[in-house]
Design a protein around this ligand. Sequence first.
Ligand SMILES: Cc1cc2nc3c(=O)[nH]c(=O)nc-3n(C[C@H](O)[C@H](O)[C@H](O)COP(=O)(O)OP(=O)(O)OC[C@H]3O[C@@H](n4cnc5c(N)ncnc54)[C@H](O)[C@@H]3O)c2cc1C
Length: 472
Amino acid sequence: MPRTVIHWFRRDLRLTDNTALHQAAASADQVVPVYILSEWKHEHQWTGPARQQFLCGNLESLARNIESIGSKLILRQGKAEVELERLIKATNAEAVYTNRDPDPFGKATEQRLAKLCENYGIKLHTYKDCVLHEADEVLNLEGKPYRVYTPYSKNWLSKPKPAPLPRISSLGPASQEPSLPLPTLETWGLTLENAEFQRSNHPPGERAARERMKEVIERGIISHYKETRNLPAGRTTSGLSPDLRDGLIGIRELYARCHTILSSLESGPAVRDSALTYIKELAWREFYMAILHFYPEVLETEFNADFRNVAWDSEEVLFTAWKQGRTGFPIVDAGMRQLLATGWMHNRVRMIVSMFLTKDLHCHWRLGESFFMQHLLDGEIASNNGGWQWSAGTGADAAPYFRIQNPWTQTKRYDPKGEYIKRWVPELKDVPSDQLMEPPTLWLNKDYPMPIVDHGTEREKTLVRFKIGRGG
Ligand SMILES: Cc1cc2nc3c(=O)[nH]c(=O)nc-3n(C[C@H](O)[C@H](O)[C@H](O)COP(=O)(O)OP(=O)(O)OC[C@H]3O[C@@H](n4cnc5c(N)ncnc54)[C@H](O)[C@@H]3O)c2cc1C
């Protein structure tokens, strides 16, 4: 009788460079590929319609790719352990394969699944896949986790990196097990209000993601990354974060491609430096995953215990103005509108809007953290929490609380011609650029609000609150 195993897809929606899938295919005559849809309805603190729509497209593409190699993706909905148990019984599977999930919720499910497999006398095989180095592989000389990025990244960079794996060409015969139809937003009772969003410039699926990765390498975005990455106007960063989030591309392959640029004799020093800068950003991603692994309490409270008593106002009116991109601070509003329209925001602007929400509007960073998770295509618990706590000044290796960015100065430095602002805030498209770099004294446009706060005044308030919160 042919040996049957299950591959449980989670954050690895691809056939190329997929560690657990590769191992499953090598060890069995038949791999039953399964994805289990979550069963919440209408609202979720950590996700929303934009990312769920992206997921729907990614699953459709995965199902097609699996069909093209003669197999069938089985879709189920519910609790992972319950659905997997049903499949284990129905298929007589001898083992379950899956790639490890770095977040606490994913890890808890893996533990429950391990028990279940033990009860059935079958093996659960889990693999490192979504990172180059898991949290416990990058430790300091005392074997302890790092709390600061630079020494972490030095260690991370020095470690040999796993090589990419080839594309799967067969999973054996298709399973006859019943499957749910492909999901739509209705599966979760969701709708996308923003019609613009439907025409998102980030098409789903493995093929589209691979084309993006190729383009990023060929168009030289990584080669010029160091000099341009802080400029939000135009295409200056890779834009691959949603693809890494859902595992449409393998991190090993992305790293290998960057490393080729880094080590090529044809690359000049500036290009090599740029490729290294980019690779170091991939290390930030893993640094935050390691922080979440070792300090899961960051999901509930400040990483830095000194700041757990800081007072926040979290005023609804101010939070709403921020969410809608109507604060009267053009760079902040441009960022929030880019997020609402595309499900993505440039990193420099993420830093500006998050620092503005926490330090100028005194809203708790957890409000912003949740709003980002609900709207970002790349919404990823570890990086998002890390980014928010960085800006709030409460996180691991965060911006010191007293270094509060001035949104007007940031605009001058990073959007000096106001191109980014004019792209996302059309009411300001005819306003001379120099008027976007300073607080206005008159209305810039009758449809655009005056600044809702004064940066200097709010900055002082924040300094006082952090000092008091710290007890001194
Ligand atoms: C408040 C805030 C919230 C954030 N939320 C998320 C999130 O939910 N998901 C997410 O993937 N990133 C998040 N980031 C990090 C960063 O903004 C995005 O990874 C980046 O903008 C994605 O665009 P890109 O792919 O063009 O990045 P590139 O500049 O091309 O970088 C390449 C890759 O490196 C990683 N990376 C880059 N910068 C960071 C960083 N600061 N922290 C962690 N990883 C990084 C990402 O995987 C990214 O795709 C957040 C940052 C801030 C300040």
